[in-house]
Write a protein that binds this ligand. Structure first.
Ligand code: HEM
Length: 209
């Protein structure tokens, strides 16, 4: 018998669509700007323009995400891995979840995490989404500084110069690239190949077996 649980409200789904589209264009154009001497898919100037447009769209979308999660009061319950008194319990469930992904899943065991709207992420998701969203403002602000260095010159000086700002931006890009590879793999690990993807992009309902 299949149960369904409503995990992803429409505003979160819309945020996620826009976010995924922005990341696609930002990574494509960012890599083009960096490796234009190796391969040219998009002319450099066009890549810069597209990168700037999607950078601003990503920033606005992030702001809406932050407002939505703070207004609904869910950001702390969903995105903060554990309260100080609950670290032991969190670590236990983190180990159990890791064993499930490393072994239990392969022999057909049941996922130890039962998602509920107020606790929809398993411990591994909590940690990874926590850092993905925590680093987002850093990526956006360093992007703004690289977009208009003279306007943000005082901030750039505070951080130690444009090279430092650029290094932070590129390091976080590498982090996001790695996250996306792992995220796409985990997105296919639902009851069927597309069930998590269908839930996040279309229905909002996760299926449970
Ligand atoms: C086409 C590419 C993508 C696919 C197919 C995809 C798939 C999914 C799926 C199935 C979920 C719901 C299951 C879960 O909570 O793990 C999800 C949630 C999430 N994804 Fe993605 N994703 C994509 C791109 C991205 C990107 C680029 C980011 C950020 C860098 C991202 C960040 C997140 C976050 C933070 C959540 C939790 C959202 C919430 O419920 O508050 N995703 N994604």
């Amino acid at each position: 018998m299949k149960d369904k649980v409503y995990l992803h409200p429409l505003p979160v789904r819309i945020w996620h669509w826009v976010n995924a589209i922005c990341f696609f264009f930002l990574l494509l154009t960012g890599l083009q700007m960096r490796y234009g001497d190796v391969v040219t898919i998009i002319p450099f100037r066009t890549a810069v323009t597209i990168h700037n447009i999607f950078g601003f769209l990503l920033a606005a979308n992030f702001l809406l995400w932050a407002i939505y999660y703070h207004v609904t009061g869910k950001v702390f319950s969903l995105y903060i891995p554990a309260k100080p008194g609950q670290i032991g319990i969190f670590l236990k469930s983190l180990i159990r979840q890791s064993i499930y992904y490393g072994y239990g899943l392969l022999i057909g065991e049941r996922n130890p995490h039962e998602p509920k709207p107020e606790n929809k992420f398993n411990p591994l998701q909590k940690i990874s989404y926590h850092f993905v969203m925590l680093f987002m403002p850093i990526q956006i602000l360093t992007g703004f500084m690289l977009w208009n260095p003279s306007y943000f010159s005082r901030w750039i000086d505070l951080l130690g110069g444009i090279l430092t700002v650029d290094t932070i931006h590129v390091f976080l890009t590498i982090f996001y690239l790695a996250f996306i590879v792992v995220h796409l793999y985990f997105a296919t690990l639902g009851p069927t190949f597309f069930s998590h993807i269908k839930a996040m992009f279309i229905t909002g309902y996760e299926e449970e077996h």
